[in-house]
Design a protein around this ligand. Structure first.
Ligand code: PEP
Length: 252
């Protein structure tokens, strides 16, 4: 599939940020999104407490709402957790799984991430599976080995363009202001594409691969122009409507 046939996606990961008054910022995103309709898909992944309100606010605007994590089970004695079915019930369309902050702070393994991606599908959600190397792994020349292992271990069988988005997020680039060179991003994304196609067939050509890690207004154009970069997963810069929309406007 030609690159242009994959509609870009710019998704904002609000992490543990946002209270009810954040509806104002979300309104600004909605207001500014009209000019981008049909050119780029937009998604906001607010904290779970805001999913229902944002989903109701989003209405028919076309802005998708995502969760930031889910449990692998649909229900049960898992205090403090949230299932894919609950996210769907609250109005989410997607869920991020395997974010590096979950892999690092909550010691999530590839097998657990894979189970969560499967749970996302069971619950009717798109799974946004994050992968990426640490600084030490990059310096040791292990980037592609790590990405290969994470792809093999984190993606369930049954991948389609409609049920999966992969986000390449070098751990050392998240929230640091550092970004890989365009050549490094190109190498990683091409490798990810090949690996998905190898293991999951031609559907892998249609799966969107986002770049994430310190995407901002000043670097979005260059990063989004890299082959096999089908959009961005944006952390810090997604909290301000102006910055988030400015990044998405690369696709205007
Ligand atoms: C993220 O946490 O997914 C992320 C990409 O963060 P930031 O844009 O702040 O680096």
């Amino acid at each position: 599939m030609a690159i242009s046939e994959r509609r870009p996606l710019v998704a904002g990961n609000w992490k543990m940020n946002g209270l009810r008054p954040s509806a104002v910022e979300f309104s600004r995103i909605m207001a500014g999104s009209a000019g981008l309709a049909g050119k780029v898909d937009l998604m906001i992944c607010p904290p779970a407490t805001l999913i229902r309100a944002f989903a109701e606010q989003a209405g028919t605007s076309g802005i998708a709402i995502g969760g930031q994590n889910c449990h692998a089970e649909p229900a049960g004695a898992f205090t403090g957790d949230i299932s894919a079915e609950m996210l769907k019930d609250a109005g989410a369309n997607a869920v991020i799984v395997g974010h590096s902050e979950r892999r690092t702070l909550h010691k999530e393994t590839d097998a657990e991430v894979c189970a969560k991606a499967r749970a996302a599908w069971r619950g009717g959600l798109i799974a946004i599976v994050c992968i990426g190397e640490t600084q030490a792994e990059r310096e040791a020349g292990q980037t592609l080995d790590v990405l290969g292992r994470q792809i093999d271990g984190s993606l369930p069988d049954g991948v389609t363009a409609a049920n999966l988005v992969v986000a390449y997020e070098p751990v050392w680039a998240i929230g640091t202001g550092l970004t890989p060179t365009s050549a490094d991003v190109a190498q990683a994304h091409e490798f990810i594409r090949q690996r998905i196609v190898e293991h999951h067939g031609v559907a892998g050509n249609s799966v969107r691969i986002l770049y994430g890690g310190s995407v901002k207004l000043s670097n979005a154009k260059e990063l989004m122009a890299v082959p096999h970069v089908d959009g961005a997963l944006v952390g810090g810069a997604s909290l301000k409507a102006e910055d988030f929309l400015g990044i998405a406007a690369v696709y205007r």
